[in-house]
Design a protein around this ligand. Structure first.
Ligand code: NAD
Length: 352
């Protein structure tokens, strides 16, 4: 066994009621002017957060949207600068945390993240900015949130359908962490337990969205998934989802949900140890089939056709995704990726 392990400087405050610790976390950073970030839909939650901060809140910016368009980042940066904000409190999913990262990238403003989905951005130093339909991403320690407050209470309002696919998105991070080029034993433990926690809780979350015990277990899994994503490299699955999202504007979490079983089937023979761990965590005989069945159990769509992709796009996406592939446990071939996308397009349950 050989590995290099350098943990990121994470600070995580987890538990029901953890949001009460927010003023303490802002004070700990020595900050006095907090700008609260959110999407337009989560304005009411952001107002509650701002109230908790009292006079340390200098305003709310509710313009976060998916994939951080450059013009949105510029407007938010100008707003933060005009208020003299010395901390951003990002309340929401990956879109809102991504906006905080865009501000941090420009000014070094620290972020306190309060995640309300299972996407995992809060645990990573990865930023993304979209200009003229093209998303650029990068890795910069300055954008890693300085504190992450996971309060499962805030996930109770996440609609059941979105909860299911958001959780599958988190599982995708764990899956690819287990066969990453720079996998290490600590992150692999976290990734495996992340799959287990999410697989056990998501069907219950979807059936009983107000069940705080299930919500807590799902968010625990999402934390492990975010940590996995932040710590090691991702492979063919993430490359395909970035290409599908960026080129065809397919919905983020739903696309991850559809593609994951097929990406795992593609890598099946190249990563047998990871496959066994994924299957065990899912309580399934086969990793790819177990993921497909879990997606169906949470009521998710299982074909790219149902997400709005058209059949002629298969070749275009295969060309783009193989032109500059991420490292993957097995060779990424045009023919192989076309077949993978064809199966995902049709929503075929992977063969054992
Ligand atoms: P999102 O942040 O776009 O949220 C989806 C919708 O759900 C929004 O309308 C939001 O307001 C709403 N919502 C969120 N939480 C809610 C709650 N608890 N109750 C009610 N409504 C709620 O979706 P996402 O999947 O979290 O994030 C996707 C974006 O994040 C993509 O752009 C993706 O590329 C990015 N991302 C980045 C990283 C990274 O490491 N940089 C990691 C994961 C995702």
């Amino acid at each position: 066994m050989e590995f290099v392990f350098e943990p990121l400087p994470w600070r995580v405050i987890f538990g029901v009621g953890a949001l009460e610790k927010l003023p303490e976390e802002v004070a700990r950073l020595g900050a006095a002017k907090a700008l609260v970030l959110c999407t337009p839909e989560q304005r009411a939650t952001a107002e509650d957060v701002a109230r908790r901060l009292g006079e340390k809140s200098v305003g709310i910016y509710d313009g976060a949207v998916m994939h951080v368009p450059l013009e949105v980042a510029r407007a938010a940066r100008a707003h933060a600068a005009s208020l003299g904000a010395d901390v951003c409190v990002a309340v929401g999913g990956g879109s809102t945390i991504g906006l905080g990262k865009a501000i941090a990238l420009e000014f070094g403003t620290p972020i306190v993240a309060v995640p309300t989905t299972y996407a995992g951005s809060e645990m990573t130093p990865i930023w993304g900015l979209t200009e003229a339909g093209v998303k650029r991403t990068g890795n910069d320690r300055r954008v890693l949130p300085r504190a992450v407050i996971y309060d499962p209470t805030l996930t109770l309002s996440l609609p059941p359908a979105l909860s299911g696919v958001s959780g599958m998105n988190a599982i995708a991070h764990c899956v690819e962490a287990l066969y990453a080029q720079n996998a290490n034993p600590v992150i692999s433990l976290m990734a495996e337990d992340g799959i287990r926690a999410l697989a056990q809780s998501l069907p219950r979350v979807v059936r009983e969205p107000q069940n705080l015990t299930a919500r807590t277990r799902a968010q625990y899994g999402a934390w492990l998934a975010g940590a996995s994503l932040g710590a090691v490299g991702m492979a063919i699955h993430h490359k395909l989802c970035h290409t599908l999202g960026g080129t065809l504007n397919l919905p983020h979490a739903e696309t991850h949900t559809v593609v994951l079983p097929h990406a795992v089937a593609y890598n099946r023979h190249a990563a047998p140890v990871a496959m066994a761990r994924i299957a065990a965590a899912l309580s399934a005989h086969d990793a790819a089939q177990g993921l497909f069945d879990l997606a169906a159990a949470v009521g998710a769509k299982t074909s790219l056709r149902d997400l709005g992709m058209r059949e002629p796009d298969i070749d275009r996406i295969a060309d783009l995704a193989t032109a500059n592939p991420y490292w993957n446990p097995c060779l990424v071939t045009l023919e192989g990726v076309r077949a993978l996308l064809g199966d995902a397009f049709e929503g075929i349950r992977p063969a054992a």
